[in-house]
Design a protein around this ligand. Structure first.
Ligand code: FES
Length: 576
C-alpha cells in the first residue's frame, strides 16, 4: 500500500497547525478523554450511524458501531460516531421519500464540516442506502457502505412470512372476510422477529445488493442476515478497510466509472428488484457524475434474467435463504457475462476478482441462467401520450393476462377518496378497469408508496387477485401486481396523467413498451388548456423547499441544487 503523507489528510488541517484555532480543536478532543496517542497523526473516520429508537431495522447498530470502531482502532485510525436521521420506513409519515434527500444533505455536510478523512456509512432501511451514499458521493472522500442486513424469516404457525408481501396478501384475505382477527394478531407478532431490514426482495434488500454490485461495500456484505455473527465480523472489517482506503486515497472519483452503475442495474434485474431501484440508482449515478437512465434499465431488463427466487418476484424464498445459497457474490458470478468485471470496488479489487469462484449452494434459490424465474422483465419502462417521460412496471410481479390490456379508467385525485371508494360495495368497477391515482408524485405528495392501489373489496370478494393500477406514486418493493408507477411528468406539474377522466380508455402493452390514452391530440390539448395546478402541499419549512426543488422520477427525484452539474463545487471549509 502506498501511503499518502499525514499532512495531506483533511483532518490534519484541523489538528496539525500550530495556531489558535487548532489549539481549540486539539484541546476539545483532549476534553473528551482522548490522549494524543489515540488520535494524533491518524486518519479520522466518521461512522455515520442511522440508529435511533425509532428505527426497528437498525436496532443492532448501537452494538455494531462498536465493532466498526474496533476495526478502525486496530488499523490505526481514530473513529468518531456521527448520528444521522434514521428514516424508518414503517414509522415515518407521510413517506421517507420526502426525507431521502434530507439524509443525503445531512451526510454530505456532516462529512464536510468535520475533520473527517473517510467514512463508514451504516444504513439499510429503504431510503438510508441511497440517502447516505448520495451524500458521501457528493462529498467525495473515501467511504464504505455497511448494510444493516435482512432480518430473519417471519414465522406464523409453521408458515414462513415475508415482510410486506405477506402483510399485503393476508390483509386482502382479511378484507375479503377469509381471515379472522385472531390469526391477524398472531401474524403481527411473527412477521418481524429479529433486528434487520425487511427480508423480502423489497427496497432495502434491493438497494443493499445494488450498493454491493456498484462496489460500495465489502464483498458479500449485503446478504448477511443482521442477526448472524458474520455481520459483526463484517462491521469490524469495514473499520479496518476504511483506514487503508484513506491512506490509499481511494476516493469515489478514482474508483467509480459508469461501469459500476451498469453493474448495479444488472444486479437489480437478476435480483428481481424493487421498482424503487430505478429512482435511487439514477440519483446515485448522477451524484457520481456517471448518469444512468430509464433506457438503461429497460435495456438491461431485456437481457438479464431474474434468477433470485426471492419473494415477491420469486414465489418461495427470502433473504435468509439467499444468504445460505451463496448470497450476492454467487448470484453475481452467475451473471458474470452481464457485468463490467473491471469495475473497482472499495476493497481495491475489481468486482470480477471479488466474485471469482463464488459458489451457489442451492440452485432453486439462485437459479442457473438456463432456468430463470423470468427470462426477462424484472422491470419495464413504458412510454406514450400518457407518460412521455416514462412509467415503470414490474412484469415479473404482474398477472400475465394484464401485460397487454385495454380498460376503462377509474380516476381518483387523492388517496383518501380512493381508499373510501374501494370499500364501497356499489362502486362501479370491474376487474377489467384500470384504477388511476394522481397527485401522488414527487411534487404532488412527496411520492409516497401508494402505487399498489387497493383492489376494491367488491372485486376481492369476486376472487379478483390482480388488476391494472396506474399512478405517479411509488410502491413498496415488497408490493406486487399490475401496478404502473412513477408516471412522468407527474399530474401535479401538469403531466398528461392530470388530464385523464373516468371512462377514458387506456391501452397498456408491456411487450411493446407502450401506454396510450385513447383520446385524440385535440381533446388532450383542450383538457390541458383547462387544467389548473393544485395548490402546493407545503407552504413553509422543509416541505416548501422540497416542492420547489424536487426533480421528476425519471431524473431520480434529487433536488436540482444538489446535482453535480449545479453551480461550482463546494469549497473546503476555511480554517477560520
Ligand atoms: Fe426497514 Fe422495511 S421497514 S427495511
Amino acid at each position: 500500500m502506498t501511503k499518502r503523507p499525514y499532512e495531506s489528510l483533511r483532518s490534519a488541517r484541523w489538528f496539525a497547525p500550530d495556531d489558535f484555532r487548532s489549539f481549540g480543536h486539539r484541546s476539545r478532543v483532549l476534553q473528551m478523554g482522548y490522549s494524543y496517542a489515540d488520535w494524533m497523526g491518524k486518519p479520522v473516520i466518521a461512522i455515520v450511524n442511522t440508529w435511533s429508537d425509532a428505527n426497528q431495522c437498525h436496532s443492532h447498530f448501537k452494538q455494531r458501531v462498536e465493532d466498526v470502531k474496533r476495526g478502525v482502532l486496530q488499523a490505526g485510525g481514530f473513529p468518531l460516531e456521527l448520528p444521522a436521521i434514521s428514516l424508518s420506513e414503517s414509522m415515518v409519515k407521510p413517506t421517507t421519500m420526502l426525507y431521502r434527500n434530507f439524509l443525503a444533505m445531512e451526510t454530505e455536510e456532516l462529512l464536510r464540516s468535520h475533520p473527517i478523512d473517510g467514512a463508514v456509512l451504516m444504513g439499510g432501511c429503504d431510503k438510508t442506502t441511497p440517502g447516505l451514499t448520495m451524500g458521501a458521493l457528493s462529498m467525495g472522500i473515501p467511504f464504505i457502505y455497511l448494510p444493516a442486513g435482512p432480518m430473519l424469516r417471519g414465522n406464523w404457525k409453521g408458515k414462513v412470512l415475508g415482510s410486506g408481501s405477506d402483510a399485503f396478501k393476508y390483509w386482502d384475505e382479511r378484507r375479503a372476510g377469509r381471515l379472522g382477527e385472531q390469526a391477524w394478531v398472531e401474524m403481527e407478532a411473527g412477521i418481524a422477529r429479529s433486528h434487520g431490514t425487511c427480508m423480502t426482495m423489497g427496497t432495502a434488500a434491493t438497494m443493499m445488493g445494488i450498493a454491493e454490485a456498484v462496489g460500495l461495500t465489502l464483498p458479500g456484505a449485503s446478504s448477511i442476515p443482521a442477526a448472524d455473527a458474520n455481520h459483526i465480523r463484517m462491521s469490524a472489517d469495514c473499520g479496518r478497510r476504511i483506514v487503508e482506503m484513506v491512506w490509499e486515497d481511494l476516493t469515489p472519483a478514482k474508483m467509480l466509472t459508469r461501469a459500476n452503475f451498469e453493474n448495479g442495474i444488472a444486479c437489480a434485474m437478476a435480483m428481481g428488484c424493487s421498482t424503487n431501484a430505478v429512482i435511487h440508482l439514477i440519483a446515485m449515478s448522477r451524484r457520481a457524475g456517471h448518469a444512468v437512465s430509464l433506457e438503461d434499465f429497460d435495456a438491461f431488463s431485456r437481457r438479464v434474467p431474474v434468477i433470485a427466487n426471492i419473494r415477491p418476484s420469486g414465489d418461495a424464498y427470502l433473504m435468509e435463504d439467499f444468504f445460505y445459497a451463496g448470497g450476492l457474490p454467487a448470484m453475481l458470478e452467475r451473471i458474470r457475462g452481464h457485468l463490467r468485471t473491471e469495475a473497482l470496488t472499495v476493497n481495491g479489487r475489481s468486482i470480477g476478482e471479488n466474485i471469482e469462484g463464488a459458489e451457489v449452494y442451492d440452485d432453486d434459490v439462485i437459479r442457473p441462467l438456463s432456468n430463470p424465474i423470468y427470462a426477462e422483465g424484472a422491470l419495464a419502462v413504458l412510454r406514450g401520450n400518457l407518460a412521455p417521460d416514462g412509467v415503470v412496471i414490474k412484469p415479473s410481479a404482474c398477472a400475465p393476462h394484464l401485460l397487454k390490456h385495454t380498460g376503462r379508467a377509474l380516476v381518483f385525485d387523492d388517496y383518501p377518496s380512493l381508499k373510501k371508494a374501494v370499500e364501497d360495495p356499489d362502486l362501479d368497477v370491474t376487474g377489467d378497469d384500470i384504477l388511476v391515482l394522481r397527485n401522488a408524485g414527487p411534487r404532488g405528495a412527496g411520492m409516497p408508496e401508494w402505487g399498489m392501489l387497493p383492489i376494491p373489496t367488491k372485486l376481492l370478494k369476486q376472487g379478483v387477485k390482480d388488476m391494472l393500477r396506474l399512478s405517479d406514486a411509488r410502491m413498496s418493493g415488497t408490493s406486487y401486481g399490475g401496478c404502473l408507477l412513477h408516471c412522468s411528468p407527474e399530474a401535479a406539474v401538469g403531466g398528461p396523467l392530470a388530464l385523464v377522466q373516468t371512462g377514458d380508455r387506456i391501452t397498456v402493452d408491456v411487450p411493446a413498451r407502450r401506454i396510450h390514452l385513447e383520446i385524440d391530440d385535440e381533446e388532450l390539448a383542450r383538457r390541458k388548456a383547462a387544467w389548473t395546478p393544485p395548490p402546493p402541499r407545503y407552504e413553509r419549512g422543509y416541505g416548501w423547499m422540497f416542492g420547489r426543488h424536487i426533480r421528476q422520477a425519471d431524473e431520480g427525484c434529487d433536488f436540482d441544487f444538489l446535482e453535480t452539474s449545479f453551480g461550482k463545487p463546494v469549497p473546503e471549509p476555511d480554517i477560520f
